[in-house]
Design a protein around this ligand. Structure first.
Ligand SMILES: [Zn+2]
Length: 597
């Protein structure tokens, strides 16, 4: 046997499924999906076929002609779940697995009506990256096995279903009061890009190939926020080649969504915390869109090569930002990313193997290894390649790289071999080995000059000495500039300083979550009580891990905020996505070690 992926039971010597046909019924009462998954093999085959599953019951397996397929469930493994070993009769072309998911499927979050914007209907969404698709569908859950798929999803009216696929019609369901939504995904995707959401949804047209879906209460704000999507797609095509997924639609989820966005093809999932009202946070959309090339077209073979997805995409996101809004805007984005990189390096320690780009994750849960490293260190590595090659050559290289590996899943070593063929000697000149295989940040890491960043950070660092920006100056700051200023303030201020900031900048009432959370992080670290109600409100409403980590972290500084953090977490934990709950719990554990201050 030859394992393809440290996080999958898929075996390189066994038959492969190329196409997946799903017939699913979504049962909100039981928090389960029931149905069948038909796996079409690339050639008629017999013998063992190992699939992945997690928190999922396989009820029955048959071939296309109805013959029973013997199957055996392996032991429960904490990270991988249970292997499903089918024994295929000779000549099998298709296996049909009847199965049902369980209420604690890690891919699925079932929201009660009160957790939605509308408050009247439940909501379901999936998050299959990195290795959770196996809790939605029994399959070979490795990015190396790309599949096309079609699906029929039955839901109770008036709910609607969307998937990471093209819509292919809808009609009445088999049972009264239900509706069936049909989907076809003709492009082959890694299983982690399977995605499903069900809720009360409306949509608005944004352009010739994009729409935004959201709850009716949110859809107008979403359409306003993302109105410029077509211009971004067009600019991205100039840089990276044709957009290969036909449509770029987006879904704005309820606030418990644990990520900023997830690049599910044809249906990017987004947190509602991006709806700032002034289009200032659309860099997340630019990022998710850039994944249409780096990540979704050219995909990491497995999670040990995750930097190939995220490093290239952060680089592409900022390349696009520069093309759309100029060098200063991109410079500020790099500066903001630098903070995230520093925090991750500090969290793991610069010698930690988790700070390598090419990681080794056998026996390690990829959700535990998740951080800004593959994103920000990865993007810096791509930048140093770009600088060494020169931009025109590197732009050509990127287009060739994408064209060469489109619709495939590759390793770091395959990337390096291609780089050497196309730009001989470049990897050695930038010391690519150190970047990819060593921990920490190499000495030749690119510096990003931004005069605005330097001026704002100098001003922020002078805050404790009494230096304050004037009202006209503050009024002229863009949201990104405000954020850079706040990021560079000391993490603990006196209460007079907090009061001044809030009065001068109107921070507690902000709807821009990047600014609001940065402020609340400083305020919590300063034990500044007037912000506690807002802090509580944010922690109870929002599940985005990027925000939970610093907020709960800052609350560890003082006994009063530590107590508040424990109380809020007790209330919020059942509302959080399991991933968010785990992040918050791990931060709170560190509070316990903190010496009383
Ligand atoms: Zn990404």
């Amino acid at each position: 046997m030859a394992r393809l992926d440290p996080h999958s039971h898929a075996d390189a010597g066994q038959p492969r499924a190329r196409h997946l046909r799903l017939r699913l019924t979504v049962d909100f009462e039981a928090s389960r999906i029931e149905g069948t998954a038909a796996l079409q093999l690339d050639a008629p085959a017999g013998g063992p076929l190992d699939l992945d599953s997690k928190a999922l019951d396989v009820l029955e397996v048959r071939t296309e002609s109805g013959a029973a397929v013997p199957f055996e469930m392996g032991p429960e493994e904490e990270i991988l779940g249970r292997r499903v070993r089918l024994t295929l009769p000779e000549g099998t072309r298709e296996v049909r697995l009847r199965y049902r998911t369980s209420p604690d499927a890690p891919a699925l979050q079932w929201l009660a009506p009160e957790q939605t914007a509308g408050g009247e209907h439940p909501f379901l969404f999936s998050q299959c990256q990195p290795i959770h698709a196996r809790s939605l569908v029994p399959l070979a859950d490795t990015a190396r096995n790309r599949v096309t798929y079609e699906a029929e999803v039955e839901v109770a009216e008036p709910l609607a279903a969307v998937m990471s696929a093209g819509p292919a019609g809808e009609g009445p369901g088999a049972r009264p009061g239900t509706r069936v939504f049909r989907f076809v995904m003709p492009q082959a995707i890694p299983p982690y890009l399977l995605a499903l959401a069900v809720g009360r949804l409306e949509s608005r047209e944004l352009g010739p190939r994009s729409r935004v879906y959201a709850e009716p209460e949110t859809v107008a704000a979403a359409a306003h926020e993302f109105a410029e999507t077509e211009a971004v797609i067009a600019r991205a095509e100039e840089l990276f080649g044709p957009y290969e997924w036909d449509r770029y639609d987006m879904l704005v989820l309820p606030p418990s969504f644990p990520y900023g966005g997830m690049e599910n093809p044809r249906m990017t999932f987004l947190t509602p915390t991006l709806l700032a009202g002034d289009r200032s946070l659309v860099d997340v959309v630019v990022h998710e869109l850039a994944h249409s090339w780096t990540g979704n077209l050219v995909t990491n073979a497995d999670m040990e090569h995750f930097w190939l997805n995220e490093g290239f995409t952060v680089w592409a996101e900022r390349r696009l930002l520069e093309a759309l809004h100029g060098g200063e805007a991109a410079g500020l984005a790099w500066a903001i990313g630098e903070k995230a990189l520093e925090e991750s390096m500090e969290r793991f320690g610069a010698r930690s193997p988790f700070t390598r780009l090419r990681t080794e994750l056998a026996g390690i849960d990829p959700d535990e290894a998740f951080s800004s490293i593959p994103y920000e260190k990865g993007a810096r590595f791509v930048t140093i390649l770009e600088r060494e090659a020169g931009r025109p050559r590197f732009d050509r290289f990127m287009r060739d790289y994408i064209a060469r590996f489109r619709f495939t899943s590759i390793t770091t070593e395959e990337f390096l071999a291609f780089l050497e063929d196309e730009l001989p000697g470049l990897a050695a000149r930038v010391d690519a080995r150190a970047w990819l295989y060593e921990p920490g940040l190499p000495a030749n890491a690119p510096a990003f000059r931004s005069e605005r960043r330097d001026a704002l950070s100098a001003l922020a660092q002078a805050f404790p000495r009494g230096e304050r920006p004037g009202p006209a100056e503050i009024a002229g700051w863009s949201p990104a500039e405000t954020l850079v200023y706040l990021q560079n303030l000391p993490r603990e201020l006196d209460h007079a300083g907090c009061a001044w900031l809030d009065a001068a900048m109107g921070l507690t009432g902000r709807g821009n979550y990047e600014i609001l959370v940065e402020w609340l992080t400083v305020a919590a670290g300063s034990d500044y009580e007037p912000t506690f109600p807002r802090l509580r409100e944010v922690l109870l409403r929002v599940g985005r891990m990027k925000y939970l980590r610093p907020l709960y972290g800052a609350m560890g500084r003082h006994p009063r905020t530590r107590a508040l953090a424990r109380a809020v977490f007790a209330e919020a934990a059942p509302l959080y996505h399991p991933l968010s709950r785990r992040v918050a719990a791990s931060v709170l554990e560190k509070h316990a070690d903190a010496t009383p201050s």
